[in-house]
Design a protein around this ligand. Structure first.
Ligand code: C2G
Length: 452
């Protein structure tokens, strides 16, 4: 008798789960299914699990394929289960290919092809809340997004669009999703859109996605003109759709903890904020060669401006940009100085100059410091006049961090507005305005981004 084991969360039980269990059962004679506990999902970084353990177990049982259901509580349990239950085959979906190869020392490991499409008929029948994501663009960040979306329950990355057919199709093949070079076809196959295309195309894609009734999560900087941001947010509101700017720091738990400390007077009244993010790029990279939309501020400005806007707000009296330019005229290092009625701030970013990437918040009683990479906030300290009095705080930052914004975006779509404060419409509009001010000064108007 061949004994097979598989594991999963099986949240919002869907076609992909059903087909996986069906094929797992067919691999042998006796199928054991391990269902993850909430606590384990938390430690392994799976967000937004909706159904309780009991409901998830019940759904697995109802599929009719499991001969036995066990619960998975900890990392490392798989090896023990394989020994304990005399397992011949461990199987899991191909989104995990390679991850469980270490189990080959104990039994056969089979990766079953993941189900690409969760059909809309099935979703309608079950009144399920699974959102089918379509990605616009297939570059570096889009790759990271797919990997991160797998850690968020309630979404299924279904397709990718790129007008360049080969790019769309090779990306689709890599991630086992569908590729599209036709926008209408793409919109027909999905519910929500993630935009990760070149900056200058964001406005057009956001508008068309909203026109097609899709909720939109757009990479930063969302747009480079305040007027465009205002127009798009108003349009989304009119259509009752969610429009979200994806600045991952804004949604990460450690950053919120830090803002909470800063905002509640721990260091007194905040008078100075200094932020810095530098990342050395190859001189032939898009970021350092695109004469209109490249450069350090367009690339990293959203991050460095974020803590300043969150803590000091949008009411600055003065803003000044100082830049160091590379041979082609693009800013390889930018320092933004802002003056507020009660404080000052500097935001520094660089693609061709390396500096210490820290966030410093100075107040009348002490200061808060988060060392690099503060934009993936996992640790910060609070210091006071007495140098020995140091408070240390940490928070988990999982994977590449995109899962937090995906999870908050999803909650908003599902009607839970409790994450809206993390990056407000007003803050996104202000960011677009600051980008616009930078473009006006730095790109001299002659190459000012044209209306799309
Ligand atoms: N699955 C699939 N097709 C989908 C979605 C999921 O084939 N469209 C598969 C997964 O690969 C997995 C199973 O269905 O084998 C359960 O998926 P999840 O509930 O998302 O659980 P997962 O996070 O993949 O947990 O220890 C837990 C395991 O590592 C897998």
């Amino acid at each position: 008798m061949k004994r097979v084991i598989t594991y999963g969360t099986f949240d919002l039980f869907h076609e992909g789960h059903y087909r996986l269990l069906e094929r797992a059962k067919a691999l042998g004679d006796y199928l054991i299914v391990g269902v993850t506990t909430e606590a384990y999902d938390k430690t392994r970084g799976k967000l937004n699990v909706v159904d309780s353990l009991m409901v998830r177990i019940e759904n697995v049982k109802r599929s009719g394929f499991a001969d036995e259901v066990i619960i998975e509580e900890t990392f490392g349990q798989k090896i023990n289960d394989i020994k304990k239950y005399h397992i011949d085959i461990f199987t899991v979906g191909s989104d995990w290919t390679g991850t469980f190869d270490y189990l080959k020392d104990y039994c056969q490991v089979v990766y079953l092809e993941r189900t690409k499409n969760i059909s809309s008929t099935m979703l309608r029948e079950q009144n399920s809340r699974i959102q089918r994501i379509g990605i616009v663009g297939s570059g570096r960040i889009a790759n990271r997004f797919v990997a991160e979306a797998r850690h968020v329950s309630g979404v299924n990355t279904q397709g990718v669009y790129n007008p360049r057919r080969e790019s769309a199709f090779s990306f689709a093949k890599k991630w086992q999703i569908d590729g599209y070079d036709e926008l209408e076809e793409f919109y027909n196959a999905i519910d929500i859109v993630y935009i990760a295309s070149p900056h200058e195309t964001h406005y057009g894609y956001i508008k068309s996605a909203l026109e097609h009734g899709k909720h939109v999560l757009c990479e930063k900087p969302m747009v480079l003109r305040q007027e465009q941001a205002e127009e798009l947010f108003s349009y989304a509101k009119e259509k009752k759709l969610v429009l979200f700017e994806g600045i991952k720091t804004a949604y990460c738990p450690g950053f919120h903890k830090l803002l909470g400390f800063a905002g509640s007077g721990t260091v007194g009244s905040i008078r100075n904020i200094e932020t810095c993010f530098t990342k050395l790029e190859r001189t032939d990279s898009r970021e350092l060669t695109d004469r209109v939309y490249g450069g350090s501020f367009i690339e990293l400005g959203s991050y460095v401006m974020l803590p300043i806007l969150k803590l000091f707000g949008r009411g600055f009296e003065d803003i000044r940009f100082d830049t160091i330019r590379g041979k082609n005229g693009l800013d390889i290092f930018t320092k933004v100085s802002l003056k507020y009625p009660m404080g000052i701030a500097t935001a520094t970013c660089g693609l061709g100059v390396k500096s210490e990437g820290r966030l410093l918040i100075a107040g009348t009683r002490g200061y808060i410091v988060a060392e690099a990479p503060w934009w993936k906030t996992s640790y910060f300290e609070v210091h006071y006049e007495n140098a020995e009095e140091v408070e240390k705080y940490s928070e988990r930052f999982l994977g590449d961090g995109l899962r937090y914004e995906i999870s908050d975006f999803l909650s908003m779509i599902n009607g839970n507005r409790s994450s809206e404060f993390k990056l407000t419409r007003g803050e996104s509009e202000a960011l677009a305005g600051i980008m616009e001010a930078f473009m006006r000064v730095e790109r001299r108007g002659s190459v000012y981004p044209a209306e799309k």
